[in-house]
Design a protein around this ligand. Structure first.
Ligand code: SAH
Ligand code: SF4
Length: 339
């Protein structure tokens, strides 16, 4: 059985050729998969009943199971998907006030080896990489479920995308060519795998790179992110500078704000200093409490104060809107609960 989700137009053409059908049929099927995202071959209504029946003997749309779906009061939807081998990942759909934008937050691995202290995914360890097909299936699942077209994709679900870069780049190419999502509407978030950041600089990636920095100095970062010992902030700085110089693109800096740990005025000043020559937007993320540690979210007052201090140093800052707080839509949380 061929699984249609994840096939390129070329591959679908090979399939229709087997059934003695034209390339035009392949184009129709391709549209039904990526743009209209039907659930059943029988919904491909511009194909004859006879052709659909033939197609059904050799192909099906997907073999991914939707295991759990949670809808937040703010419209965020969180899905837990199961692959044929029984492994699960989560995918989140965020709708912002401007309804035209539908952002899918996808996973790139089952579990994660980086093991950051604040992250529920990391606590489970690394299980396996996702294939590019399993990555794009997450977006297809959202489109099939909602009947809507995803407009933006961020790699901010489970896993470290730069440790599965081949599959991530192939998935990005399909998002771009087959889903027709603009390169600038795709974002990869990384904990800071320096050699891979250099690789992205060399291929002149047109999509957005987000870096999970989360700390203003080596001491604090090594406390919360083990990866700091392997790829420390001073070397990271060189890689970030090289990336922005080579691509001409602005990096998004993600900074998790944790009460009394990295949210002080001193931290804000050090952060601004560290980033002073890096072309970037800073995204402050108030910590979303998980069960397995005792970090706390700072008060709104200290978040605003931190924001003010960075802005004052001439940097662009936004505070990430909390999405789906009532359904545990932060990194790794759903899978943590189900298992
Ligand atoms: N591994 C990549 C991408 C997945 S994590 C990375 O770390 O960048 C996506 C984002 O969610 C990261 O910025 C991560 O730090 C953040 N995150 C993890 N746990 C969180 C929590 N409990 N509250 C808020 N954000 C969290
Ligand atoms: Fe992995 Fe990102 Fe979670 Fe760190 S924050 S453990 S890199 S998924």
């Amino acid at each position: 059985m061929q699984i249609l989700s994840g096939l390129t137009l070329n591959e679908i053409e090979n399939l229709t050729a087997k059934l003695g059908a034209s390339k035009f049929r392949a184009r129709q099927i391709h549209n039904w998969i990526y743009l209209k995202s039907v659930k059943e071959i029988d919904e491909m209504t511009d194909l004859s009943k006879k052709f659909r029946d033939e197609l059904k003997t050799i192909a099906k749309i997907s073999e991914i199971k939707l295991k759990v779906k949670q809808v937040s009061t703010d419209g965020t939807i969180k899905y837990l998907l199961e692959f044929p081998d029984g492994e699960c990942v989560e995918t989140v759909l965020m709708r912002f006030d401007n309804r035209a934008n539908l952002t899918a937050c996808v996973s790139s691995q089952v579990g994660c080896a980086v093991n950051c202290s604040f992250c529920a995914t990391g606590k489970r360890g690394f299980i396996r990489n996702l294939t590019y097909k399993e990555i794009i299936e997450q977006v297809l699942m959202i489109q099939r479920d909602t009947g809507l077209k995803v407009t933006n994709v961020v790699f901010m679900g489970q896993g470290e995308p730069l440790l599965n870069l081949d599959n991530v780049l192939k998935a990005m190419e399909i998002f771009n060519k087959d889903f027709q999502i603009g390169a600038r509407r795709l974002t990869i978030s990384t904990s800071g795998i320096i050699p891979k950041i250099n690789e992205l600089a060399n291929i002149n990636m047109q999509s957005t790179l987000a870096l999970s920095l989360h700390a203003p100095n080596h001491e604090i970062r090594s406390k919360i992110m083990q990866i700091e010992n392997k790829y420390p902030m001073d070397k990271l700085h060189t890689a970030l500078k090289n990336y922005t110089d080579k691509t001409g693109r602005r990096i998004t800096i993600e900074y998790l704000l944790i009460k009394d740990l990295n949210d002080t005025a001193e931290s804000a000043k050090q952060l601004a200093h560290y980033l002073y020559d890096i072309k970037c937007n800073i995204n402050l993320i108030p910590y979303n409490p998980t069960e397995k540690n005792d970090y706390q979210r700072p008060s709104n007052n200290s978040i605003m104060k931190f924001k003010y201090l960075i802005e004052h140093a001439g940097k662009k800052v936004t505070v990430r809107l909390e999405r789906g707080a009532d359904i545990d839509a932060a990194c790794g949380q759903l899978r943590g609960k189900v298992n």
